[in-house]
Write a protein that binds this ligand. Structure first.
Ligand code: HEC
Length: 124
């Protein structure tokens, strides 16, 4: 009898380990796909690039599928998104949108300093 219990415990822990954390996956994808280069480290927006953090998930999904589909009227600004969206799978879009829509403000999370100015001649 204890053996069966042990087996059950083992099986349940395996299925637990396999459960994906959509938020975490999205966070990894967000930087590995280079989204942070334009939208800021956590989607806080950068210059004219739109804010993505804490936006509604369905809207993020809709927009990403729109860019990926390359259908409909797209202005030049929207076309910037095509190369970044066209290779995303449905599940990647879902993870990315989960991460961005549920973004939890990390205390002292690093952000790009848009006020940054370089001084001097760079030593040349
Ligand atoms: C080269 C810069 C650049 C990169 C890299 C980039 N984006 Fe964008 N993104 C833009 C621009 C510009 C827009 C505004 C397009 C428009 O007007 O529709 C945009 C719009 C969006 C929108 C719609 C926002 C809204 O308010 O409608 C989403 C969602 C988005 N990007 C997600 C992503 C994700 C996810 C990635 C990474 C896979 C990514 N972007 C990478 C430039 C970029």
């Amino acid at each position: 009898m204890p053996k069966i219990l042990l087996l059950l415990l083992l099986i349940s822990s395996f299925s637990y380990a396999k459960k994906v954390d959509a938020y975490k996956e999205g966070e990894i994808l967000y930087s590995s796909k280079g989204c942070n280069g334009c939208h800021g480290m956590h989607g806080e927006g950068l210059n004219t690039y739109p804010i993505l953090m804490n936006r509604q998930k369905y809207l993020l999904v809709k927009k990403l599928k729109f860019y990926r589909g390359k259908k409909g009227v797209m202005n030049q600004t929207a076309q910037i998104m095509i190369p970044f969206a066209e290779h995303l799978s449905d599940i990647e879009i879902s993870y990315l949108s989960t991460y961005l829509s549920e973004f939890k403000e990390a205390l002292n999370a690093p952000k790009y300093d848009i006020e940054y100015e370089s001084w001097g001649d760079g030593g040349s």
